[in-house]
Design a protein around this ligand. Structure first.
Ligand code: NAD
Length: 272
């Protein structure tokens, strides 16, 4: 039986209707938390995500449907979650990507990527963290990227947003470092910085590498190998569940002094 160390805790995972966010929501559910999921999708996709989190063992689960480009919708979501069950764990995971050269980047893409990947975390943190401090326990885990630590071409807004969330997390970690106690667990703020993870977000990049091979018989696996050989020495993608495991550990009481850090899970990418 799973260790239910988050029983009596409530967690919000943004962008948890698919991919890494859904795996994190399921991991937190298996540890006993009440789960607020958020993210876009058809009613069927949202129902499937709710069912997956329920099946994983959530004490309770609801979908809160804010579009994270809109600060007013974020405020309404955070108020609704607080009325449902005050937040102990906040995982800012929602993110989008658009890979083209800087001079060709549509302004709307810049605005949307900065709003979803960075500004939404500012809003959820400013609204959730005072309550965490008052209760003596809180965990903010921001899903950044290796692109919060190093750059790549064609990803100007993505890299800017991810470097931004690494900086935002350090400031919040300092401001809340002394809140709570060792026994209550304290308030911590950290980033996880994945390299390639097997989700829908990177499929267009796999397809682009497969096409660039110029071989009509090239498979998706050939595209994956081409993509990883550029940057990720392990030549293995992470699974969403691998990222969820790190989030879970950060939520434990004994992680009370781990704050302001950014953890690469990148097969050696940023060691180079
Ligand atoms: P994904 O596309 O599977 O999931 C993204 C989630 O964000 C979905 O639930 C989607 O509905 C939600 N979302 C998008 N726009 C939204 C909006 N306007 N309002 C609310 N929700 C919105 O992607 P993923 O690969 O699981 O990525 C999750 C996070 O991990 C992102 O922040 C991404 O940058 C980061 N990341 C991913 C990888 C990777 O290789 N997949 C690597 C490093 C970092």
């Amino acid at each position: 039986m799973a260790d239910r160390f988050l029983a009596s805790r409530t967690a919000l995972v943004t962008g948890s209707t698919s991919g890494i966010g859904l795996a994190i929501a399921c991991g937190l559910a298996a540890a006993g938390a009440k789960i607020a999921i958020n993210g876009l999708g058809t009613p069927e996709q949202i129902d499937a995500a709710l069912q997956a989190v329920r099946d994983a063992g959530a004490a309770d689960v609801r979908h809160f449907g804010a579009d994270l480009r809109d600060p007013e919708q974020i405020e309404a979501m955070m108020a609704a979650i607080d009325a449902w069950s005050p937040l102990d764990v906040l995982v800012n995971n929602a993110g989008i990507q658009h890979a083209v050269p800087l001079a060709e980047m549509p302004t709307q893409k810049w605005n949307d990527i900065l709003a979803i990947n960075l500004s939404s975390a500012f809003h959820s943190m400013r609204l959730a963290m005072p309550g965490m401090a008052a209760r003596g326990y809180g965990r903010v885990v921001n899903i950044a990227s290796v692109h919060g630590l190093v750059a790549s071409v064609n990803k100007a807004p993505y890299v800017a947003s991810k470097f931004g969330i690494v900086g935002l997390s350090k400031v919040a970690a300092l401001e809340y470092a002394a809140a709570g106690t060792r026994d209550s667990g304290g308030i911590t703020v950290n980033c996880i910085c994945p390299g390639w993870v097997e989700t829908a977000l990177i499929e267009p990049q796999i397809e682009a590498r497969r096409n660039a091979l110029g071989n009509p018989d090239a498979t998706r696996d050939d595209g994956v190998r081409a993509l990883l050989s550029e940057k990720q020495p392990s030549l293995r993608m992470s699974l969403p569940e691998d990222i969820a495991s790190m989030v879970l550990w950060l939520c434990r009481r004994e992680a009370h002094n781990v704050t302001g850090a950014s953890f690469p899970i990148d097969g050696g990418w940023t060691a180079q």
